[in-house]
Write a protein that binds this ligand. Structure first.
Ligand code: 5GP
Length: 178
């Protein structure tokens, strides 16, 4: 058990399980996008660790750009989303893969997809480490999913609780008794 600020969490997905999943995600992406020009868009802040480890498994001809939407604070999804900043790569005729740490309600992804609309990408898909199907109310489900998880708050491996806990090297789930 660990403590982040006022909440306690227990280990939920180990570093080893994350490593193995990322290897298999990388393999899937290498097969799916073989011979294609790919642009990865990693969504900051949460996806920085996942993006870094995923990219090491990718052997495609690709670019990576880091983009940012509204930051998330506290233990509930705000639903409030700002514009996409940092997209300075030309995605015309490229296959875009958005790298997310977690897809919860799906609002962030829907917003990013609508902001990429009309930019003439060859295709746009989403690769997320974590996905909460029970919370999802979005339009498009992520194409590539590491782990589908229950609807409980998690931290670690890039994900924060009030900006803390991003540095944890495994994923921790909030304890019921909090
Ligand atoms: P959405 O609801 O739009 O799919 O997700 C919005 C954002 O909420 C995610 O990118 C992530 O930053 C945050 N989020 C959703 N669920 C969790 C969670 O369990 N833990 C943490 N740390 N962030 C979450």
């Amino acid at each position: 058990m660990i403590q982040v600020l006022d909440k306690s969490f227990e280990e939920f997905i180990t570093r080893d399980e994350i490593d193995r999943k990322i290897q298999s995600l990388g393999k899937t992406l290498n097969e799916t996008y073989a011979g294609k020009e790919v642009v990865f868009l990693a969504v900051l802040n949460g996806a920085f660790m996942f993006a870094s480890d995923l990219m090491k498994q990718v052997d495609l001809s690709c670019e990576i750009s880091f983009v940012k939407m509204s930051s998330y604070q506290g233990t509930k999804t705000t639903g409030k989303v700002e514009e996409l900043i940092g997209l300075n790569t030309d995605i015309r005729n490229k296959h875009v893969i958005i790298i997310e740490d977690i897809v919860d309600t799906g609002h962030t992804i829907d917003k990013i997809l609508s902001l990429l609309d009309g930019k003439d990408a060859a295709s746009v898909s989403v690769c997320t480490l974590l996905y909460k199907p029970d919370a999802f109310t979005g339009e498009s489900k992520p194409e590539f999913v590491g782990f589908s998880i229950p609807n409980a708050f998690v931290v670690g491996y890039g994900l924060d609780y009030d900006e803390k806990g991003r540095n944890l090297d495994a994923i921790y789930q909030i304890r019921e008794a909090n």
